[in-house]
Design a protein around this ligand. Structure first.
Ligand SMILES: [Zn+2]
Length: 610
């Protein structure tokens, strides 16, 4: 049982590990020698290293993940630094742990959901097991933890097998009993019908005799981006208010050192500039996390953020860091707290922090050497140690991931539906692959209880592959086929705009200064002509829904994926969409649509006029 008894000091799970409990003692000693935080039993401040990562999204294998990095040859350009993978992340975590007397590993939400096959096929049990082996201590939910609903989320935390349907390639307990998360989860702003929090609002750990409180929150917009049944009976309240309330409660209990862990984020970079995720000056902070931070109690000493997949380290006049480590296991945010042993207060001026890349076996040696040469002490030493032969727990992580990858292979071949011919991405405006997805998303959301959509729009960049027809039609489509086509794990969002707003949004498919448009692919029923040579604002003509002209004041309900609904691909008009209702996962909508054998829609819905 992992949910109820974990407020404050749970004796069964002592998270503060001693540093030298791993192989390579000489290396650890060397790290400690170069580090101010060697154990001092009674006097002096307490050092606590916080190691946080966010939006891991089940990226157990490094695949082709990378981070943009300043080009060593030309600082105005970026190169790709190969990063990611659960085992390299485990190695970096171990190297960081070896460098501090006390440490805690924190997941800031979206650990699961919107994942590659090796996680999705196993209901993310593979990811949680890898995170257990890696040594995650505490975690908050992100919006994606609610994708499959609250009951499934609690099962993922508590363990036990889900029901397996005979024809479903997605299975629970594929490699034996699933025992749940060994880390403790907490969140202050998710309430059940009785007004209590779904999970403990906070966790208090005693470290070297001082108490440190961790308060969790998840974006209050969660109900607008996940399926209603996933959040039924749950209330997502204001993040800052919930954190402040819990901070006051903990203060009253004598907890002075406070850390907020929030699955909400922002952006800081200047458009067009290379990523500078350690620029403490934080040139252009914007987005919800900075508004939340302004309203957050000054008693909170550190803010770990998430959700927007950006990398930043913003430190204001209050010397309180606001950090995010990009996403997908490519980076970690490290904060070395210095805590007064007598008062329990954090010395913010003495606290240091850094975002670090999770380099892996694919990292180009010359670029790795450049990173090691340019990272300041003690971080270069940590990165060097992380690249040493794998530690026992990194090896255990790698072995478990490999077992799941092997178990995934045959499941990828599992049939999920039939098609009459191949659906392809060929075509200058809309294409048959995109039309299939748009039609599937419309079908999944057209009934009133699912949002009452009148049509849907799909971003072409989200159609990642053709859907091949192998052999004689009707051809069998496999889970691997549809997953390759729709790998992002977006959910569907039904929203309302009026006719004028829709027209403006379609005009903005080619903003001034752009040489070509990004045309969203409509479901059957929505049609228009695109006058390529006309100026911005006059390109969309004959806009119709089911043969009827769309008027400026007409209210239109339609479906997009959560990526677009959040303003992705520059479609900021969609952020204004009203009466938003979260829907099913995009992949589930496609699979259910393919239960009926489908033929490619050959008629274009957008007529291109040169
Ligand atoms: Zn998120």
């Amino acid at each position: 049982m992992r949910l109820l008894p974990l407020l404050s000091n749970r004796p069964a799970h002592h998270p503060i590990r001693t540093t030298l409990a791993w192989a390579g003692l000489a290396l650890s000693a060397a790290l400690l020698a170069g580090c101010a935080s060697a154990p001092t039993p009674s006097a002096g401040p307490v050092s606590l290293r916080l190691i946080a990562f966010n939006d891991f999204h089940g990226n157990l294998e490094s695949a082709n993940l990378s981070l943009p990095w300043p080009d060593p040859a030309d600082k105005t350009k970026t190169v790709r630094l190969a990063t990611g993978g659960a085992a390299p992340l485990a190695s970096l975590v171990q190297a960081l742990r070896a460098g501090s007397a006390h440490s805690l590993v924190i997941s800031s939400g979206d650990m699961i959901g919107a994942t590659p096959l090796v996680s999705a096929l196993f209901r993310h049990e593979s990811t949680v097991e890898a995170m257990n082996l890696l040594g995650v201590d505490i975690a908050i939910p992100g919006n994606h933890e609610f994708d499959a609903g609250r009951t499934e989320y609690l099962r993922i935390l508590n363990g036990g097998c889900g029901l397996n349907a005979a024809d479903d390639p997605v299975v629970s307990c594929a490699l034996g009993p699933y025992r749940g998360a060994r880390f403790a989860s907490f969140v202050a702003n998710v309430e059940t019908a009785d007004g209590k929090t779904l999970l403990p609002a906070s966790i208090v750990r005693e470290v070297g005799g001082v108490k440190v409180g961790f308060i969790g929150a998840v974006t209050r917009t969660t109900p607008s981006i996940v399926v209603p049944s996933g959040v039924a009976g749950l209330k997502f309240t204001d993040e800052a208010e919930a954190i402040n309330r819990e901070a006051a409660r903990l203060k009253a209990l004598g907890v002075q050192a406070l850390v907020a862990v929030i699955h909400e984020g922002g952006d800081t970079g200047l458009p067009g500039e290379p990523e500078e995720w350690n620029d403490a000056a934080c040139p252009s902070p914007r987005g919800p996390i900075f508004d939340i931070a302004k309203r957050m109690s000054a008693d909170v000493d550190v803010i770990f953020s998430a959700h927007t997949h950006q990398g930043y380290r913003c430190v204001g006049a209050d010397a309180r860091p606001i950090m995010q480590a990009t996403a997908l296991g490519r980076g970690v945010s490290v904060v070395d707290l210095v805590i007064n042993r007598q008062t329990g207060e954090v010395d913010r001026q003495a606290t240091r922090h850094r975002n670090l890349p999770v380099m892996n076996e694919r990292t180009e040696p010359a670029l790795r050497a450049h990173v090691l040469a340019t990272e300041p002490a003690p971080w270069a030493e940590v990165l060097k140690a992380a690249a040493a032969p794998a530690t026992a727990n990194a090896q255990a992580v790698a072995a478990r991931v490999a077992e799941y990858a092997a178990a995934a292979a045959p499941r990828v071949q599992r049939p999920v539906g039939k098609i009459q011919a191949a659906f392809t991405r060929a075509g200058r405006a809309d294409n048959s692959a995109g039309r299939l997805i748009a039609d599937a998303q419309f079908e999944a959301t057209r009934t009133p209880e699912r949002g009452g959509a009148q049509f849907s729009l799909m971003n072409p960049g989200g159609v990642r592959s053709d859907l091949p027809c192998r052999g004689t039609p009707p051809c069998t489509v496999t889970y691997g086929d549809v997953f390759t086509m729709q790998p992002f794990g977006n959910s569907l969002v039904v929203l309302t705009l009026n006719g004028a707003q829709l027209r403006q949004m379609l005009e903005d498919q080619q903003r001034p200064g752009r040489s070509s448009p990004t045309l969203l692919i409509p479901s059957a029923g929505l049609s228009y002509r695109w006058l390529a040579s006309a100026p911005h604002g006059q390109r969309v003509q004959d806009l119709q829904l089911n043969g009827q002209p769309i008027t400026p004041t007409q209210e239109l309900r339609f479906t997009v994926n959560s990526f677009l609904a959040d303003g992705g691909d520059g479609f900021t008009m969609l952020v204004q969409g009203r009466n938003r209702l979260g829907g099913a996962q995009d992949l589930d909508a496609l699979v259910s649509y393919l239960q009926t054998p489908r033929a490619p829609a050959t008629q274009a819905r957008i007529t291109l006029v040169e």
